[in-house]
Design a protein around this ligand. Structure first.
Ligand SMILES: [Zn+2]
Length: 184
């Protein structure tokens, strides 16, 4: 009898801890999403690119078109940048808009290139994505509206964000200066 009572109190305590954790997490999420929503409207500095669907199809590879224009996702661990550590900037593969820096890139273990921040908040847009039965925040290029990936609130400091971006949506531009002319 004593043991059963002991067990009941342990379970009660655990239950309270779980509820408190869930409550805190929910409020953190709300805070992060509220912050993202505020950023999403700020696109004043970005040139808008408007192409027809046919023009996009012609200017992109099949895989780029599927990811960028049809909200596709490349298979994890398949992209050219998830395990890549070059110093430079990542541009939108559809329009060349500057999006991410190697300085905020980190290895998240997700299988996709991950960044904890963008170069300029006005260069990306975010919006809620309810596909696949999940509530996620979609990241789009503010210049051409192409789908880049998603942002999650489980990234490292200082932002706590994880921009999970498809390699195929990015083009890397190195900023490393070569010392002699034959290094190309
Ligand atoms: Zn773009």
């Amino acid at each position: 009898m004593m043991f059963r009572r002991f067990l009941t109190s342990i379970i009660s305590v655990l239950l309270i801890i779980v509820i408190i954790t869930a409550y805190i997490k929910y409020h953190t999420l709300q805070h992060v999403y509220a912050g993202l929503d505020q950023n999403s409207g700020d696109t004043t500095m970005v040139n808008q690119i408007n192409k027809t669907d046919k023009e996009w199809q012609e200017s992109l590879t099949d895989e780029q078109y599927r990811v960028l224009r049809q909200c596709g996702t490349e298979p994890p661990y398949s992209g050219k940048y998830y395990d890549f550590d070059g110093e430079g900037q990542y541009l939108c593969a559809a329009c060349g808009n500057v999006l991410f820096s190697s300085e905020t890139k980190y290895h998240s273990g997700s299988g996709w290139p991950s960044f904890y921040d963008v170069i300029d908040e006005s260069n990306v847009k975010t919006q809620e994505d309810h596909s696949l039965g999940m509530k996620r925040i979609e990241v789009l290029c503010a210049s051409c509206g192409s789908h880049l990936g998603h942002v999650f609130p489980d990234g490292p400091n200082p932002t706590g964000l994880r921009y999970c971006i498809n390699s195929v949506a990015l083009n890397f531009k190195s900023t490393q200066k070569s010392d002699s002319t034959h290094q190309k």
